[in-house]
Write a protein that binds this ligand. Structure first.
Ligand SMILES: N[C@@H](CCC(=O)N[C@@H](CS)C(=O)NCC(=O)O)C(=O)O
Length: 213
């Protein structure tokens, strides 16, 4: 059985977990305690020498980097509208996966680190970094909103890997106090996905596992 390694506060880890859940791929999930440095322990370094989550081990094959892992999971699962075979349709999904990872998630990471992680570590928040993150979101979220205002999902009526990548980037919205009031399409889309069974199989919301660890 495939093993998935992650942490509940890791947006890319949740992306891999939600992708595996959506595709219905049997796997065992392992929490890697980043706070105690478990990612640098020899057992985990054997799986990902870069010492980061997420990572997977599938019958001796190991892989890291959430987007590469998700594409591998899609390939294992076979062609579907979730990750289309057609070159142009697949390229558009990849475009939105990159937009989610490189822009929206990077912005959210600034907010998450400074508002949640820094206080946990007893470090001072970098307000300039927060402001930069907020400005990045103010620039990029209207593009997402434009796709969702008349559509159930980013690329139309069917959910794709792009939705999983994007929902993970925005999962900590409540925790970091991101105001989504101006974005009714994004709010409706988040609700739709968070109410789907594949999402609830992973968790009720971002950080829900916190008290269980
Ligand atoms: N681009 C990578 C990001 C991986 C990453 O930065 N993971 C963080 C958690 S979100 C991590 O494991 N940090 C532990 C460390 O740097 O020691 C992906 O998409 O998988």
């Amino acid at each position: 059985m495939m093993n998935i390694y992650g942490h509940f506060f890791s947006m890319p880890s949740n992306k891999v977990r939600l992708c595996a859940s959506y595709l219905g791929l049997p796997h065992e999930y392992h929490h890697v305690d980043l706070q105690s440095g478990a990612q640098m322990e020899p057992d985990f370094i054997g799986i990902n020498p870069m010492g980061r989550v997420p990572a997977i081990e599938d019958d001796g094959f190991t892989l890291s980097q959430s987007n590469a892992i998700c594409k591998y999971l899609c390939d294992l699962s076979g062609p579907s509208s979730f990750y289309p075979e057609d070159a142009q349709e697949q390229a558009v999904v990849n475009q939105w996966v990159s937009f989610a990872s490189q822009h929206v998630q990077q912005a959210m990471s600034r907010l998450f680190f400074n508002k949640i992680v820094a206080p946990m570590l007893g470090e001072a928040a970098d307000e300039n970094s927060v402001k930069t993150g907020e400005n990045m979101l103010a620039r990029d979220l209207p593009h997402l909103e434009a796709k969702l205002v008349d559509n159930d999902y980013i690329l139309g009526e069917k959910i794709t890997l792009a939705d999983i990548a994007m929902i993970c980037a925005l999962e900590p919205a409540e925790m970091v106090g991101l105001d989504l009031d101006p974005y009714s399409g994004i709010q409706k889309w988040r609700e739709t996905i968070m109410n789907r069974e594949f999402y609830k199989r992973v968790h009720a919301h971002f950080g829900a596992e916190m008290n269980a660890k």
